[in-house]
Design a protein around this ligand. Structure first.
Ligand code: GLU
Length: 491
């Protein structure tokens, strides 16, 4: 049993959009907090001043909210362990690194970037791991004073104990050991007084009473450094859980090459937030049994770190599309129509303010198309069939069908009768087909396909009677006239 209150955090660096991997880390933390009745904290790690932007922070936080991962404590919402932006915590950090300096667990380093690079290069040439060999470790006070008088601004380096094995007891990966000798004294405060990630993260996680650090595998190699800092400062250590990388289908690290990598891009295409969350939850976590579609509360119920795998997760876009289409199917057509409207307006097909009648029409059209949608943006191409008075192009299969001996007559008779039909309803349309079938002695494909081809130029599409209904009398008339004319001229 857990003996501390569960407190987890998502700590994005605002240097770009929220990526799939970051969102997955946030989700595992969020699920773990919800499952254990704990707290989910969001902290912004903006010590990389050059690359951090407020815009990126806003985008990340907005995406988290959109995905439905509300946080209990952190930026925007506040809490008793704030501030939650590292750039606002600089004085807090200095208390701790000054203590390390006093206790001789850290020291100022005056080496220039050129000197450091030369050292790394020489180690590399000898086939050794490039690292800092401790040139400034044993400088005397006078030597330091002299360098400072020359105007040199030092960094602060953590003094790594020699000859130690540093074990990381990882909840996902088990025990992973690191040799301290391979690490080299590392910088904890840059020469501008801003702490590095490895230092700030420890102070923050400790002061914010984080019980479990759940993050991407790329941070595993940082963990021994952080563990040394925890020990040096006498802080309680959290549990660590490093979740595996996300790979593309070719098994290389997921990148732009594999498709969209940011949550924004999926959002723009019209993926539903809960479908994305459901999909992300399966990247590295395996629920019991075969089931894959889970509501949010079911995910919370089912989630456990025990079932998080240490082998890499593979991002499969087809699976995401399938998952999203499952969620789209479950929604009411009114909801999907509302989500689709901005795309249709953007494509110039509809106006933003629909009349009640137009809205009813759209909802009916959507209920015909909904089953086929993988993401909402696709509605723009699927709905084209309902717009336009002419046929842009006939598919080869449609042309083939139109050349059947009975086809022109079927289309002609259908046009005559449908235009006279007073009840613009599915049963009446069905009755017309039935009558023509009897009259001309055709049935099945030969009866329905010519009309479909004549109306749309294709043999595929939504349910025919409903399509006719929603096209409306005028469009049906114009399109069939157009096709009959084309037929006469052999297309
Ligand atoms: N700011 C780090 C990142 O965005 C967070 C690492 C951590 O969770 O410790 O990768």
């Amino acid at each position: 049993m857990l003996d501390r209150r569960v407190r987890v955090r998502f700590a994005p660096s605002p240097t770009g959009p929220l990526h799939i991997g970051g969102a997955r880390s946030a989700l595992f933390n969020w699920l773990f907090a919800r499952k254990n009745g704990g707290d989910f904290v969001v902290r912004v790690e903006d010590t990389d001043v050059e690359r951090s932007t407020l815009v990126s922070e806003e985008v990340i936080l907005d995406d988290l909210k959109w995905l439905g991962m509300a946080w209990d404590e952190g930026v925007l919402v506040g809490g008793e362990n704030g501030p939650y932006r590292q750039s606002e915590r600089l004085s807090l950090y200095s208390t701790y690194w000054e203590r390390l300096l006093e206790e001789k667990k850290a020291y100022p380093c005056y080496c220039t970037e050129e000197e450091l690079e030369a050292e790394r290069e020489s180690l590399r040439n000898k086939g050794q791991m490039p690292r800092y060999l401790g040139r400034c470790r044993d400088l005397t006070l006078e030597q330091r004073q002299k360098l400072e008088n020359e105007g040199k601004k030092p960094t602060v380096r953590f003094q790594v104990p020699q000859g130690e094995i540093i074990p990381v007891e990882d909840l996902v990966r088990g025990r992973v050991e690191f040799e301290s000798d391979g690490i080299g004294d590392f910088v904890i405060v840059k020469s501008d007084g801003i702490p590095t990630y490895n230092f700030a993260v420890v102070v923050d996680d400790a002061l914010m009473k984080i019980s479990h650090v759940i993050r991407g595998e790329e941070h595993l190699s940082n963990t021994p450094r952080q563990i040394m800092i925890y020990k040096a400062l006498g802080f309680d250590m959290p549990e660590f859980a490093h979740i595996s990388l996300i790979l593309g289908e070719d098994r290389s690290k997921m990148s732009k090459r594999h498709g969209a990598t940011s949550i924004q891009q999926y959002r723009e295409k019209g993926y539903l937030p809960h479908a994305l969350l459901n999909f992300l939850s399966l990247l590295g976590w395996a629920p019991e049994g075969e089931r894959e579609v889970f509501s949010l509360s079911e995910l919370v119920q089912e989630f456990s770190l025990d079932r998080v795998s240490k082998s890499p997760a593979v991002f499969n876009l087809k699976k995401l599309n399938w998952m999203n289409s499952e969620y789209i199917k479950k929604e009411a057509p009114e909801v999907i129509a509302g989500l689709a409207l901005p795309y249709l307006v953007e494509a110039g097909l509809l106006e933003q303010d629909l009349t009640d009648e137009q809205n009813d029409w759209l909802v009916k059209v959507i209920s015909l198309l909904q089953e086929q949608l993988h993401f909402i943006e696709e509605v723009v191409s699927f709905i084209q069939v309902f717009f336009g008075d002419k046929i842009d192009a006939f598919t080869p299969e449609a042309l083939e069908m139109m050349k059947e001996e009975s086809s022109p007559r079927v289309v002609e008779r259908f046009r005559e009768q449908i235009l006279q039909e007073e009840n613009w309803e599915v049963p009446s349309i069905k009755a017309i087909f039935k009558g023509i079938g009897k009259e001309l002695g055709v049935g099945g494909k030969k009866l329905f396909q010519p009309v479909r081809a004549g109306l749309t130029g294709s043999l595929e599409g939504p349910d025919l009677q409903n399509l006719i209904l929603l096209l409306g009398r005028e469009r049906v008339a114009m399109r069939l006239a157009f096709t009959l004319e084309a037929l006469e001229h052999n297309f």
